[in-house]
Design a binder for this molecule. Structure first.
Ligand code: ATP
Ligand code: MG
Length: 393
């Protein structure tokens, strides 16, 4: 059966809403005789009247043919999932060849490079809301799986049997939580049940992919919703036991307080915070609590050496106990941001506004993190402004 076709009067996507570079890539592919559509998150977000983060393109052209067409502007990447990155100005567009999957198989996908038809390409995608094609030449939306109605009914539904699809690629479970956190959609019951029964499968997935989805969510402005869902569905416990301990314990409110602030800041500015700052927002409240416990234990004030030592061992504990290891470079900067807090706002005495910092870059991040803290604790506002002024002099 062919797709359901929605015209401009139904879907109301205006061609002006679509990224010009994405249109140019599609038209180039088409004029070379290939089929090409806009697909995935870009189409979904346009239908939801949200600003798409990126525009992905799906085409009948093989990776080598895409490279031939775009020459040096095209880079072929990926082993498990081969695809082309086409550079247009300072933007990179993902162009992938239609591929066929096996929706009913329950074995882990190790490679996904079997070429297929547009319909097969739709059927190997994760959720119906992500499986719509937009054809900019006819201004139509093509729907093989009922995704158009699901978007309008605000329903998350997996394509095919959810438990088979989660076993094939367990990262889809984290993606389900991501869309739920971002859009507040209902989840189809079958899918919800599969999420519980397949939980442990997540340990078979590639840690770097899981971590990428988590960082994307910390950057999204919906991190608090996402962490709530991650802890309710036990993924936090399985993947990040240290954070689980904190997000589900008596300090839950403080932990979520930090997420609320980073969500608000990023939503208001439209810019993402540095990943080291985002990690610091998860770790700082834990560090504060551990410092209090240590000084109560010792019954004496802590010095900067104690703070350095505790920060080190806390970050090491988090890194080694987590399923996905945070990149070393990010952890090193997070360490600097965290320890710098105790120079910016010392545990005792007044801060010395001329204190030395390891680098201007880290100082800027540390100062920005003090700003995050001062949004939660207005008593810190004055100190933050003092440092900001000293920094600009
Ligand atoms: P975002 O707005 O976060 O970018 P997205 O849905 O666009 O969300 P991408 O990672 O950019 O997510 O993927 C683009 C498209 O590729 C998805 O919309 C979906 O159709 C397909 N896709 C991505 N990951 C998977 C997966 N694990 N399994 C099946 N299809 C996937
Ligand atoms: Mg996308």
């Amino acid at each position: 059966m062919g797709p359901k076709i929605y015209t401009e009067t139904d879907h109301r996507i205006k061609s002006g809403d679509v990224d010009k570079d994405a249109l140019e890539v599609i038209f180039r592919l088409k004029s070379a005789g290939h089929t090409a559509y806009l697909v995935g998150g870009g189409v979904r977000d346009l239908l939801l009247q949200k600003q798409p983060k990126d525009f992905d393109i799906s085409t009948s052209a093989r990776p080598e043919q895409i490279r031939e067409l775009f020459g040096r502007r095209c880079l072929l990447i990926g082993q498990r999932f081969r695809l082309a990155h086409v550079r247009m100005g300072n933007k990179v567009l993902e162009v992938s060849t239609f591929r066929a999957g096996d929706a009913s198989s329950s074995s882990l996908i190790l490679s996904d490079n079997r070429w297929g038809t547009p319909e097969e390409d739709v059927l190997r995608r994760d959720f119906t809301i992500n499986a719509l094609f937009y054809d900019p030449t006819t201004h139509t939306v093509l729907d093989y799986v009922g995704g158009y109605d699901d978007i309008h009914h605000r329903l998350l539904r997996s394509i095919g049997d959810p438990s088979a699809r989660f076993k094939q690629d367990p990262v889809r479970m984290i993606r389900l939580l991501k869309f739920r956190a971002r859009f507040g959609f209902e989840v189809e019951q079958k899918c919800e049940r599969a999420l519980h029964s397949c939980q442990e499968e997540i340990l078979k997935s590639a840690p770097a992919r899981v971590l990428e989805e988590v960082f994307k969510m910390l950057e999204s402005g919906y991190a608090a919703n996402f962490f709530t869902l991650m802890s309710q569905s036990c993924f936090l416990e399985i993947l990040f036991p240290c954070f689980h301990h904190f997000f589900c314990g008596p300090s839950k409110e403080i932990a979520f307080g930090y997420l609320d602030i980073i969500d608000k800041m990023q939503q208001e500015s439209g810019k993402t915070l540095d990943r080291a700052e985002l990690l610091a927002a998860l770790v700082f409240p834990i560090l504060e609590q551990e410092l209090i416990a240590l000084s109560e234990d010792r019954q004496m004030a802590l010095n900067f050496g104690d703070i350095m030592h505790l920060t080190n061992s806390l970050l090491r504990g988090i890194t080694t106990s987590s399923f996905a290891h945070f990149p070393k470079k990010i952890v090193a900067i997070t360490h600097n941001i965290l320890t710098a807090q105790y120079r910016l706002t010392p545990l005792s005495g007044r801060p010395r506004f001329h204190a030395r910092f390891s680098s201007q870059h880290d100082f800027r991040l540390a100062l920005n993190f003090l700003n995050i803290r001062s949004q939660l604790n207005p008593d810190l506002q004055e100190l933050y402004l003092g440092w900001k002024k000293a920094h600009h002099q």
